[in-house]
Design a protein around this ligand. Structure first.
Ligand SMILES: [Mg+2]
Length: 203
């Protein structure tokens, strides 16, 4: 049984912060400046600098996934790395996005050369990952994500999963220290590929 490689999408396989910022600017005349690692409180209307209330942020995200996904570029080397790793791992994508965007997400990734099964989730990823592993016969597994709370959630549900904290965006890399719950922090795909090739036989 091959180990299962479960990868996040936004800010791991494709950029998120930069294209979302561009979308906010061009479509909504809003700015996003990260003074902290959060969307909440950091999105402002450009005409009066007023902060967009938290209850609108979800709407802006859905709007981005509806109309802005074409702005998202591949994280450098992601497609090539996954293609090489597919001889060692079964690969699936676990992305926090509404189910209604599942087909668009799969098509987005396929167009970028990453034609893998896409599972949608909301909230902490540990329970979803546990279900995914059960569906696949509980193989050894690696989980890759940019958000520290997901690593905590995964380790709480299935401690044996090897967790890699990856942050594709250079601005976010500065704001986000290594996730305490993860086993490694690797921010680029060429290095992650070498790490995962070495890791596979030891899982
Ligand atoms: Mg992400």
């Amino acid at each position: 049984m091959k180990p299962l490689l479960i990868s996040d999408c936004d800010e791991v396989l494709v950029g998120f912060l930069a294209p979302f910022t561009e979308h906010l600017d061009e479509v909504h005349a809003m700015s996003l400046e990260l003074n902290s690692f959060a969307l909440s409180g950091n999105i402002r209307r450009k005409h009066d600098e007023s902060v967009v209330a938290d209850e609108h942020v979800g709407h802006l995200l859905n709007d981005f996934f509806q109309d802005g996904m074409h702005r998202q570029l591949e994280a450098p080397g992601a497609a090539e790395a996954l293609s090489a790793l597919s001889s060692l791992y079964d690969i699936v994508i676990l992305t926090n996005i509404e189910d209604s965007f599942q087909a668009a997400r799969r098509e987005q990734l396929r167009t970028l050369g990453m034609d893998y099964e896409v599972y949608c989730n909301r909230g902490p990823k540990g329970p979803a990952l546990k279900r995914l592993l059960e569906q696949h016969g509980n193989p050894p597994a690696v989980f890759i994500d940019d958000l520290p709370p997901h690593h905590e959630s995964v380790k709480a549900e299935v401690p044996r999963v090897h967790c890699i904290h990856m942050v594709a965006d250079a601005r976010l890399q500065q704001l986000l220290p290594p996730a305490k719950a993860a086993d490694a922090r690797i921010d680029n795909w060429p290095e992650a590929r070498r790490y995962l090739e070495d890791l596979a036989p030891r899982l």
